[in-house]
Design a protein around this ligand. Structure first.
Ligand code: 6PG
Length: 476
């Protein structure tokens, strides 16, 4: 039996409900299902007038109401719930039907699920969706991966549902298997780094310069006119300006300083470690969240060690310009690292990712959206290198920012203000810009204690030295 609904949405928490409303508002007939039928009813009652939304009370009816080959978006919690829902749906599906996992699933799970589905004659799309609740409703950035034919079937509606920048949809078929979820994962990793860099800037303005939240908001607002202009800075300004009704203080000053996380940043770092790609900014951002969570340790240690902060003083224009430069240069490094990871994963997994397209579809809808991504897209149009720091445009931008960037990191060190992201980005930059680093010594040490061999600058081949000063073998 075939139905008339174009699309199904399974899971009607806010993200699922908003995606369903988005599709319905774009003229599609959407069947919606939630295990708790009260939620389905509430969605239809509150938003049924927005478009063709049809609530189903059983899985059988839900599936039967869809046009074939069926396309069903799953918006359930990542992990086991996705497998459970897939197992529940599979017996009701027919050959060629498509399940679309729109949650933040781990890409390896997506690869496994694609294989399992293919074994049953079903098709699977692992689809990254970014933009939070508001984006899901009004236009997110959409990163579908998996079977290209299956993508062809869902292409018309995902393209319509996606955010648009200059008339271009923020959606593209990313690649096979888990490519879509991988790209979404790295998007989130970059999001972690970007947020951490903004938080470090806030910390310096607050802790070193003694500025109030509203005044810090004004500084960020000034920067919105320049290359830092972004959604994340935008929401930072809003957060800093919000007053707590209960206390009359800036709300940010009464929020507990422990950052939570759901895992995508950690997965990004884990994958980078496996691929051997040095993404220091993202990884430091994950660690910074970890340290923030050790509140008891921090409180105990704060009584143990003297604060090294110098007397607070208002920042002059030059100090603010330095901070802006540090934030901008570090952001370039963080994105350069994220894109290098994407290039590395693309090679390792044979995904043929188009980095310029990724920058293009992140320009709107998603959490890291910014004019900055337009620059990255332009750079990839004719770049000789996949590494942003090796492109003319960003090399110039970084060069301009370096003096201020160094002064900010030095100030942070002098005043005991932790800047793991600023500091690691600068260290990475200093590491990559030197043709000869100190790893020659590491190689000597490795060969000394383990006969691991080393290569030479002046001759080809692998060498081992008897490191004893008398020419004897150390490891013997
Ligand atoms: C997005 C967001 C979204 C989610 C974050 C939060 O792109 O829309 O990234 O996916 O809100 O992943 O992640 P944490 O809870 O780990 O900070």
């Amino acid at each position: 039996m075939t139905g008339t609904n174009d699309l199904g949405v399974f899971g009607l928490a806010v993200m699922g409900a908003n995606l369903a409303r988005n599709a319905a508002r774009n003229g599609y007939k959407v069947a919606v299902f939630n295990r708790n039928t009260a939620r389905t009813k509430a969605l239809i009652e509150e938003h049924g007038h927005e478009g063709a939304l049809e609530g189903a009370e059983s899985i059988e009816r839900f599936v039967a109401s869809l046009v074939k080959p069926r396309a069903i978006i799953l918006m359930v919690k990542a992990g086991k719930p996705v497998d459970e829902v897939m197992a529940e749906l599979a017996p009701h599906l027919d050959q060629g039907d498509i399940l679309i996992d729109a949650g933040n699933s781990l890409f390896n799970d997506t690869e496994r699920r694609s294989r399992e589905m293919a074994g049953k004659g079903l098709r699977f799309v692992g689809m990254g969706v970014s933009g939070g609740e508001e984006g899901a409703l009004n236009g997110p950035s959409i990163m579908p991966g998996g079977d290209a034919e299956a993508f062809g079937r869902i292409e018309p509606f995902v393209m319509k549902m996606a955010a648009k920048v200059d008339g271009e949809p923020c959606c593209a078929h990313i690649g096979p298997g888990g490519a879509g979820h991988y790209v979404k994962m790295v998007h989130n990793g970059i999001e972690y780094a970007d947020m951490q860099l903004i938080a470090e800037t806030y910390d310096l303005l607050k802790s070193v310069y003694g500025m109030e939240a509203w005044a810090i908001a004004d500084v960020f607002a000034g920067w919105q006119k320049g290359p830092l202009n972004s959604y994340l800075i935008d929401i930072t300004i809003e957060v800093l300006r919000k007053i707590d009704d209960a206390t009359g203080k800036a709300l940010v000053d009464v929020i507990l300083d422990e950052a939570e996380q759901k895992g995508t940043g950690r997965w990004t770092a884990q994958s980078a470690l496996e691929l051997g790609v040095p993404i220091t900014a993202i990884t430091e951002a994950v660690f910074a969240r970890g340290l923030s969570g050790r509140r008891e340790q921090r409180q105990a240690a704060s009584g143990l060690y003297e604060d090294v902060k110098t007397a607070t003083r208002a920042p002059d224009e030059a100090a603010l310009a330095d901070l802006q430069a540090a934030l901008y240069a570090s952001k370039i490094v963080a994105y350069a690292q994220g894109f290098e990871q994407l290039a590395g994963a693309s090679k390792a997994y044979d995904w043929n990712l188009d980095l310029g397209t990724l920058a293009k579809i992140w320009r709107g809808g998603c959490i890291i959206r910014a004019g900055f991504l337009d620059r990255i897209r332009e750079v990839y149009r004719d770049a000789r290198s996949e590494h942003l720091l090796l492109t003319d445009y960003f090399a110039k931008e970084i060069a301009r920012s370096v003096p201020g960037w160094r002064r900010v990191v030095a100030l942070a060190v002098e005043t005991g203000t932790p800047v793991p992201a600023f500091g690691s980005c600068l260290a990475y930059f200093d590491g990559i810009r030197r043709a000869r680093g100190p790893a020659n010594l590491l190689q000597g040490q490795r060969d000394y204690f383990g006969a691991h061999t080393y290569r030479r600058l002046d001759r080809d081949g692998s060498f081992h030295t008897r490191w004893g000063q008398d020419g004897s073998e150390i490891s013997a």
